[in-house]
Design a binder for this molecule. Sequence first.
Ligand code: APR
Length: 252
Amino acid sequence: METRLQRAAHLLDVPHLVVFTGAGMSKDSGLDTFRDADGVWSRNAPEDYASPEGFRRNPRAVWRWYLERREQILAAEPNAGHKAVAALEQLLPRVTVITQNIDGLHQRAGSRRVLELHGSVHRYKCSKNCRGVSTLTPTPELDQTEPLPCPYCGALTRPDVVWFGELLPAEVWKAAVREILACEAVLVIGTSGQVEPAASLVWYARGRGKSLVEINPAPTLINDIAEVVLPGTAAEMTPALLAALAALHAAD
Ligand code: APR
């Protein structure tokens, strides 16, 4: 009798795999998710800290909030789940990570192809987008409690992350759609699937007949379209899935 893990491994043993991740991926690194009972939004109002209006109302508070999150993220380490995702690249010809996370932990774990749909807390940009791209990398001067003026136009700088009501970076979105269209299977880890347009990529993949496996310790909106749901944490289930895939290749 094939186990759930073995069935998942067969579905994901493909030439081109997309791994779609959310905040649950980093929970085992000590970083809170957003919508769990102890999540970020249980303590902070997203309209105050993750919206252009909130930044306009109180840029210092928003800047300081992201500085605190960046410090937590820099103190965190990639967990066994991030490392297992990176290790998939040793087994499969092409692995692309499409993440909603802004923490950069996939890259620190060794994943080489990572699309950050919601930007990165490790980059700043001009709040007026004067150069159209994220033009500033953190420096000791920038990592202060006050947003500094953009060196190009003098407007305030801000984290290069996507806030509610903002468009996703066009080039990243186009690349993500291309990867979803080109892949044969999607592994979804640690997302509630509630935030658009990011989550629509998962439904789009399923609609185009891609295999779909989900890792999550709790029920989500994605359960109904996943062929296999592995009920567990990223740090437990992803290494187990990697081992099941490696066993398939060892048997070759
Ligand atoms: N391992 C895997 N998944 C976990 C773990 C864990 N250890 N702990 C919790 N989860 C799951 C939860 O069950 C939930 O389904 O992670 C998911 C987190 O969901 P959200 O908090 O909604 O985070 P996410 O789906 O990434 O949110 C998407 O919303 O606020 C915006 O920009 C923010 O990128 C974020 C987006």
